[in-house]
Design a protein around this ligand. Structure first.
Ligand SMILES: C[S@@+](CC[C@H](N)C(=O)[O-])C[C@H]1O[C@@H](n2cnc3c(N)ncnc32)[C@H](O)[C@@H]1O
Length: 266
């Protein structure tokens, strides 16, 4: 549908496919949910989907800081996005047949006849989960700080997107309760970090802001927005573990970011 990406992917949806389902209710026909562990279950997703349908039909505002205080990026407006989702667009996107087809795809019933498709792959590393160039947009929310193999993730993002396709990522670069100071994760030696991680399937990769920016650029993206959240360092430079001693002042004080990038070559 005009103005809305037809094919949307998400890295690390966690226990709810809600963001991707909202993309479908906005007009996307195809959603790829790509995680490392299958956290979401069908029953919960169907419940979330039914609630989203009602919210869209009522043109409800986006939940703001009171309802979801931890969610970033902060928006300029939490109104229902009428300038993007016009009434014509919504009439098509929320047509009964279409909503039924999305629900059917979500429930995992036999493939619907039309264009609607949902793929939930966990783990996603197998080649070909998303065909090369098949996605118009791939996003992640609070995920890229957890991905162990960032090189593979950014290379895959680039392969999945068509030239001119967009990618957006909210990345939280703080210690995630592994230390007393917000950036204390950069003080642990590699050995101490390995012990702290134990057998978990993921923790945080401890990569700073500049690594994400460099990977985006290396894998063929042009950065359109790099909104950084900065904070005074919680630890003195001499406490940094050897592999993080070279962190720039900028990296040492960047606690999170929201980036939007476009794949070159359109
Ligand atoms: C903090 S949760 C965020 C979940 C959801 N996006 C949200 O905002 O609520 C982190 C997510 O990253 C996923 N994750 C960790 N390593 C990953 C990887 N290598 N590839 C894809 N997802 C990964 C986790 O499984 C989990 O779903």
């Amino acid at each position: 549908m005009a103005g809305v990406p037809a094919s949307v992917g998400e890295l690390g949806p966690g226990d709810s496919l809600g963001a991707g389902l909202a993309a479908m209710l906005s007009g996307a026909d195809r959603y790829f949910a790509l995680d490392v562990v299958r956290f979401a279950n069908v029953e919960r997703n169907l419940k979330i989907f039914d609630e989203l349908v009602e919210l869209f039909r009522r043109r409800e505002p986006i939940p703001g800081a009171e309802e979801m205080p931890g969610v970033s990026p902060k928006l300029d407006s939490y109104e229902f996005p009428r300038p993007i989702l016009t009434e014509d667009q919504l009439a098509r996107a929320l047509a009964d047949d279409r909503v039924r087809a999305i629900r059917q795809a979500l429930a995992g019933h036999e493939e619907p006849a039309g264009p609607i498709r949902i793929t939930y792959a966990a783990p996603w590393y197998e080649a070909g989960v998303v065909q090369s160039g098949a996605a118009d947009m791939v996003f992640s929310q609070a995920t890229l700080q957890h991905v162990d193999d960032l090189e593979l993730a950014y290379r895959s993002l680039s392969a999945w997107l068509r030239p001119g396709g967009y990618t957006t990522h909210q990345i939280n670069l703080s210690c995630h309760y592994t230390a007393g100071e917000w950036n204390g994760h950069w003080a642990y030696s590699d050995l101490a970090w390995k012990i702290l991680r134990g057998g978990r399937s993921y923790l945080i990769n401890r990569q700073p802001h500049s690594v994400h920016v460099a990977l985006l650029e290396r894998h063929g993206f042009r950065i359109l927005l790099d909104q950084k959240r900065t904070r005074e360092s919680g630890i003195a430079r001499q406490r940094l573990a050897p592999r993080f001693r070279g962190l720039s002042d900028e990296d040492l004080t960047t606690e999170g970011c929201f980036v939007i990038a476009v794949k070159r070559g359109a």
